[in-house]
Ligand binder design. Structure first.
Ligand SMILES: Cc1ncc(COP(=O)(O)O)c(C=O)c1O
Ligand SMILES: [Zn+2]
Length: 436
């Protein structure tokens, strides 16, 4: 059986052609994923080939996603051109200061903020836009807390597709909104929350034939799984003990789990890492579900200043719980203060990230304190977005003006407000000399 879309519901498992423009199973409503039942690769030879491609100037080889195209068999890129902006190729950064803060001997960040539009969304969008183009779509749409819209606008415009973006009114950082505008998207700010708008746009996409590029799109998940492939390639295929990722709609953790599952089945690795998903306390339905089980309960009024993970009803939770369970993983939640402080520590490493990304370090600190994560564990934490995505948050934190959605002020543990000085060389020299 060739590449196809497979229903993720174990009791259904219906199969559909890979070219069907569907996002959920028409029979049971569950999520779909790309499946490659005939895929067989020689691990040693393929790892060598991928390494050699790093030296090549061919656009596909230069992409940190399409370099691993043997795992992206949903499309033949020699027939249907890939839409690439040289995404991926993101670094592993050693962060001793963050390790110490997190209670670890060592910590490595895989920084997805180094992507063309500054977040991990580009890894998935290159695949989603490629599939949209291949299906002959003209218009593409997404609902977004910000990063998806920035990425979608860029890739759609690069592909000659028309991007249409739906945003929750007033809950998006200016950095991200600015990107969507600059990349040429029609941008609609809707007076409803993310979950409500997603329901609306899914219905609209069905009626009007617009291609939906939200994380329910199975091809975005295909691209995002390569973040783990690239990470392993960079580590000479040593599987870490832990991979830590912030959780919103839970597409990323689902993608990471799929990537690892496929590499294990193909014989590229011999074990899985443990995954930890970290949520903001005000938007933590998955953490609650993991702890209590029973029925999945959405949070109707999700709140957090980390707007990228302000999601109350994450669509990908059924895929995500499978990843947590099969990897002996955990789900943790962290407060606004813990996120803000961890973010400032990532900044002090000279690395920086956006608020949602910092949930990873805050989560690590909690997991080591509770003894779940050992001090000497080999940990890779994913920084999902660039430091410049939300400058307003940074300024307010360092000047002591950051307030949670409930109006409570956050303590600025690392307050680094700008110092206003007169144009007086003597006074300036004195300040500089005192500072160490
Ligand atoms: C910076 C950042 N971190 C984390 C997330 C959460 O990822 P997911 O929705 O795949 O769980 C997002 C999603 O928008 C994001 O933009
Ligand atoms: Zn089904």
């Amino acid at each position: 059986m060739t590449a196809h879309l497979s229903c993720c519901n174990a009791r259904c498992r219906a199969a559909f052609p890979i070219t069907e423009p569907i996002y959920t199973c028409p029979r049971c409503g569950a999520l779909l994923e790309a499946a490659y039942p005939d895929l067989a690769l020689d691990p040693a030879a393929t790892k060598r080939l991928w390494r050699e491609r790093r030296m090549s100037n061919a656009p596909l080889d230069q992409s940190g996603v399409w370099r691993y195209r043997e795992l992206l068999g949903f499309v033949d890129t020699s027939v249907h051109p890939a839409v690439t902006l040289r995404e991926g190729n993101t670094p592993l950064l050693n962060a001793p200061r963050a390790a110490q803060y997190g209670g670890l001997d060592a910590l490595v960040f895989k920084h997805q903020g180094f992507n063309p539009t500054g977040s991990f969304k580009d890894n998935g969008m290159t695949c989603g836009a490629t599939q949209g183009l291949r299906l002959g779509m003209k218009k593409v749409a997404c609902v977004s807390t910000g990063n998806t819209s920035a990425s979608m606008a860029a890739y759609a415009s690069a592909a000659g597709l028309t991007p249409i973006i739906f945003l929750p009114h007033g809950n998006i950082s200016y950095g991200k909104l600015a990107q969507a505008l600059e990349y040429g998207a029609l941008t609609l700010q809707v007076e409803a929350n993310f979950d409500q708008i997603l329901a609306l746009v899914r219905a609209l996409a069905e009626q009007t034939g617009i291609y939906l590029l939200n994380s329910v799109n199975p091809f975005r998940i295909e691209g995002q799984k390569t973040i783990m492939v690239e990470m392993l390639d960079q580590r000479d295929w040593r599987v870490p003990d832990w991979v830590i990722v912030p959780g919103g709609n839970l597409g990323n953790i689902s993608a990471f789990g799929k990537g690892f599952r496929e590499l294990l089945a193909l014989g590229f690795i011999d074990r899985l890492p443990r995954f930890a998903v970290i949520q903001a306390a005000g938007s933590a339905p998955f953490e609650r579900f993991w702890r209590e089980r029973g029925e999945f309960q959405a949070v109707t009024e999700p709140e957090t200043l980390a707007t990228a993970i302000r999601i109350g009803d994450p669509v990908s939770w059924p895929k995500a719980i499978q990843v947590i369970d099969e990897s002996n993983g955990v789900v943790e939640k962290v407060t606004e203060q813990e996120i803000a402080d961890a973010k400032a520590v990532v900044g002090q490493c000279g690395i920086g990230c956006e608020p949602a990304s910092a949930a990873t370090l805050a989560g690590i600190r909690k997991l080591t304190a509770s003894g779940v994560m050992k001090k000497d564990a080999d940990v890779v934490a994913i920084l999902t977005g660039n430091v410049l995505k939300d400058p307003d948050y940074i300024y307010k934190y360092h000047t002591g003006q950051l307030k949670t959605p409930s109006g409570e002020s956050l303590r600025s543990t690392f307050g680094n407000a700008p110092v206003v000085v007169p144009n007086d060389p003597g006074r300036i020299a004195a300040i500089v000399e005192k500072h160490n």
